[in-house]
Design a protein around this ligand. Structure first.
Ligand SMILES: [Zn+2]
Length: 231
C-alpha cells in the first residue's frame, strides 16, 4: 500500500506491533489466523511442556539432570510448532554451578530470540575438555561434559521434530549386519563389549565418535555408521 505524505514530517515513532503477545493464535473471531512466531516479546505461558534427561559422567561425582521446557506455538492449527523455551540443569554437585548457570541462561536466551537455535548442538558438541573426554556405554566418545549437554539438546530437538535423526535406512542396516557377520566369521570367537555390543578392541570412529571400527580386508570399517577407509 502506498501512502502519500502531503504534510511536513514533524516526528516519527517505530510502532512495535508484536509487543507482549500471548503464545496462542490470536483472534479467531475475524476468521483471520495470525501465525505466532518465536521472538523475545513472547510471554511465557503459565505452563510449559518439558522433558528431563539424566547425564552420568565419570568427570562428575553426581548425575546432572537437564530439563528442557518447550512452548507450543499456534496449537491446533496447521502452523503448530513446538520449540524449546528454556533449559535448566540440576545437580547435587555444586563445583560447576557458575558456568552451568551461565551456559543455561545464555541457551535459554537464544531459544527465546527465535530463529534457528539448532546451531547450539554443533557448537556444544565440538567443545573438548583439555583433560580428555570419556567413553560412554555403547562406546560413544564424549569429548567433554559441555558436548554431553549438546548431545542432550540434539536428542531433544530430534524428539520435538526440529532436527532430523540420523537413523540408517534398511539397506544400510543390512549392509552393516553383513559386514559384522563377515568380521565375526573371520575372527572366530569375537568378544563383544557390553552396551551396543561392538567387538572388543574396536577403534574409535572419527565420523560417529563410536568405538566400532574394525579392520577388514585391509579396510577400516565402522560397524556403527558404515564409514570405511581402505589402504
Ligand atoms: Zn562410525
Amino acid at each position: 500500500m502506498t501512502v502519500k505524505i502531503t504534510q511536513r514530517i514533524t516526528g516519527f515513532k517505530v510502532v512495535d506491533e508484536t509487543l507482549e503477545r500471548p503464545a496462542v493464535t490470536a483472534d479467531n473471531t475475524t476468521g483471520k489466523t495470525t501465525v505466532v512466531e518465536m521472538d523475545e516479546s513472547l510471554q511465557r505461558p503459565e505452563t510449559l511442556v518439558g522433558m528431563t534427561y539424566k547425564i552420568k559422567s565419570p568427570l562428575f561425582e553426581h548425575a546432572l539432570y537437564v530439563t528442557v521446557n518447550d512452548v507450543v506455538l499456534n496449537a491446533g492449527t496447521p502452523h503448530e510448532q513446538r520449540r524449546p523455551f528454556e533449559i535448566f540443569i540440576n545437580s547435587k554437585n555444586m563445583d560447576h554451578f557458575q558456568w552451568i548457570v551461565a551456559l543455561t541462561r545464555i541457551m535459554s536466551a537464544v531459544f527465546r530470540k527465535g530463529g534457528d537455535c539448532t546451531f547450539l548442538v554443533e557448537e556444544l558438541k565440538a567443545v573438548f575438555d583439555p583433560r580428555g573426554g570419556y567413553l560412554k556405554k555403547g562406546g560413544v566418545y564424549m569429548p567433554s561434559i559441555v558436548a554431553e549437554i549438546g548431545g542432550v539438546l540434539e536428542r531433544h530437538l530430534i524428539h520435538i521434530g526440529m532436527l532430523e535423526g540420523h537413523t540408517l535406512d534398511e539397506t544400510q542396516l543390512q549392509y552393516l549386519a553383513e559386514k559384522r557377520a563377515a568380521y565375526e566369521a573371520s575372527q572366530g570367537a569375537v568378544t563383544v563389549e557390553p552396551g551396543e555390543g561392538f567387538p572388543a578392541g574396536a577403534q574409535l570412529c572419527s565420523k560417529c565418535n563410536t568405538q566400532a571400527v574394525v579392520q577388514m580386508d585391509g579396510c577400516a570399517t565402522c560397524l556403527n555408521c558404515g564409514n570405511s577407509k581402505c589402504g
